[in-house]
Design a protein around this ligand. Structure first.
Ligand code: GLC
Length: 425
């Protein structure tokens, strides 16, 4: 047996690599832009490693702000300018109709992969027959509750918002008397951005107040149930929720929750795995349930979220980018992401995967929740969704800040949306 050393060894290794993966001269570096929430950026290197090793290509993740609204604003500028230096975009479920023209049609490339995903999720990324992005995970929020604190006070997870308000106030008062002065009853997302649209849609829908704009395009938001829902949320600010909640996004709420300073939190499943992490003050102390309803008999409403990967039309490395998109949306990456980030897969079979169920029990438990989740009105309002949402979250934020009543703000919103709609969306 010949023992290879130095240059000879390197030359042989290169020859093997060439035979298996193709010429390294063809290897490319791809740029992938994605919001930085939870441990997604940290996990990305591990997530893409198998693809990098198999292809010889490399991927650089360009981290973007956590807010989907900020990401959208930036991406729209880059895409409008035809930026060639970004190959792939991680896209929110609501963006497909507005950004469709800038992305490569993935229908043909994903013809074997797409049928393994939930059809409704593939449909949400299909615009006029074009598959504009491939789903990498779906999202539907949970009500996180502190089991230890509920048990201590003989309380059960709330079924209605009124019950949540009462339990949160009760435990907050009692714990503060015992010296836990930083404890709050309920944290959520009150900043003026897309996340507030998601939270407020849940309050309104679960109060029987509709979905802002209905699937047939009707503007429904100005109604007494919606008014009642927003007035209820306003009553939390400064009582069971800190004033600062009006500036919170997902990560700020998780910060309060994970340091043990909240009884309840509304957040997406990514907070589940992190909450059970070694460095979490609430590890093993919490449970998750569906969001409360307005009154008994109403149905709980969870806003449908989720993320996808899209290939830019302006990328000069489209072939490699498509290969990466297929990998990121495929079963291996989705399983890794489910276990490491507690993100809900979009591939049907992964809901029966024992490793996922063992690592992140919320995942099989959440299948029915996301399948019944309420979509934001991005499909009916087409290219105008971002403006619809911005007007909606502003009206809600004004109400929560005491800048006008819910009734006044929803009346103004209705007028604004009617103008925006014009003769049709
Ligand atoms: C989550 C959802 C996304 C939503 C965002 C709002 O990331 O997956 O769809 O738009 O939260 O903050």
């Amino acid at each position: 047996m010949t023992i290879l050393k130095g240059r000879a060894l390197r030359a042989t290794a290169t020859a093997v690599m060439l035979a298996v993966f193709g010429a390294p001269a063809m290897a490319v570096e791809l740029f992938y832009v994605s919001g930085a929430v939870g441990n997604a950026v940290e996990n990305f290197k591990t997530l893409v490693k198998p693809w990098e090793e198999a292809t010889g290509n490399t991927v650089t993740l360009v981290p973007m702000p956590a807010s989907t609204t900020d990401q959208f604003g930036q991406y729209r500028l880059w895409l409008a300018a035809g930026a060639t230096d970004i190959d792939l975009y991680q896209t929110d479920v609501i963006w497909a109709p507005q950004l469709a023209d800038h992305f490569v049609d993935l229908t043909e490339a994903a013809k074997d992969l797409a049928p393994t995903h939930f059809p409704s999720i593939i449909a949400s990324q299909t615009v006029n027959g074009k598959l504009v992005a491939l789903p990498i995970f779906t999202d539907a929020p949970a009500l996180y509750y502190r089991k230890d604190l509920l048990d201590k006070y003989g309380k059960t997870p709330p079924k209605t918002w009124a019950e949540l308000t009462e339990t949160a106030q009760f435990i907050q008062d009692a714990e503060r008397k015992e010296g836990k002065t930083d404890l709050w009853g309920f944290v959520w997302q009150g900043n003026a951005y897309e996340g507030l649209t998601a939270d407020a849609l849940e309050w309104i829908k679960s109060y029987g107040g509709g979905q802002i704009v209905e699937p047939d395009g009707t503007i429904s938001v100005n109604n007494p149930n919606a008014v009642a829902a927003l007035e209820m949320a306003k009553s939390w600010v400064g009582t069971i929720s800190p004033e600062g909640v009006l500036a919170y996004q997902e990560e700020e709420s998780r910060g309060v929750w994970q340091t043990g300073n909240a009884v309840f939190m509304r957040n997406w499943p990514y907070a589940y795995g992190l909450g059970n992490g070694e460095d979490s003050a609430v590890k093993g102390l919490f449970g998750v349930t569906t969001l409360p309803v307005g009154k008994e008999g109403d149905t709980s409403a969870a806003t449908l979220g989720g993320w996808n990967v899209a290939v830019s039309k302006y990328s000069t490395k489209q072939e490699a980018a498509i290969s990466l998109a297929l990998y990121l949306a495929g079963p291996e990456a989705q399983k890794q992401r489910a276990i490491a980030e507690s993100n809900l897969p979009t591939i049907v079979a992964l809901y029966d995967d024992p490793d996922i169920a063992a690592a992140q029990p919320i995942i099989p438990q959440w299948k029915d929740v996301f399948l019944n989740a309420v979509p934001r009105p991005s499909a009916p309002t087409l290219g105008k969704y971002n403006e619809v949402s911005a007007k909606f979250w502003s009206a809600v934020h004004d109400t929560l800040s005491g800048n006008g009543t819910a009734a006044e703000n929803l009346e103004l919103l209705e007028a604004d949306l009617t103008d925006l709609k014009g003769s049709g969306w």
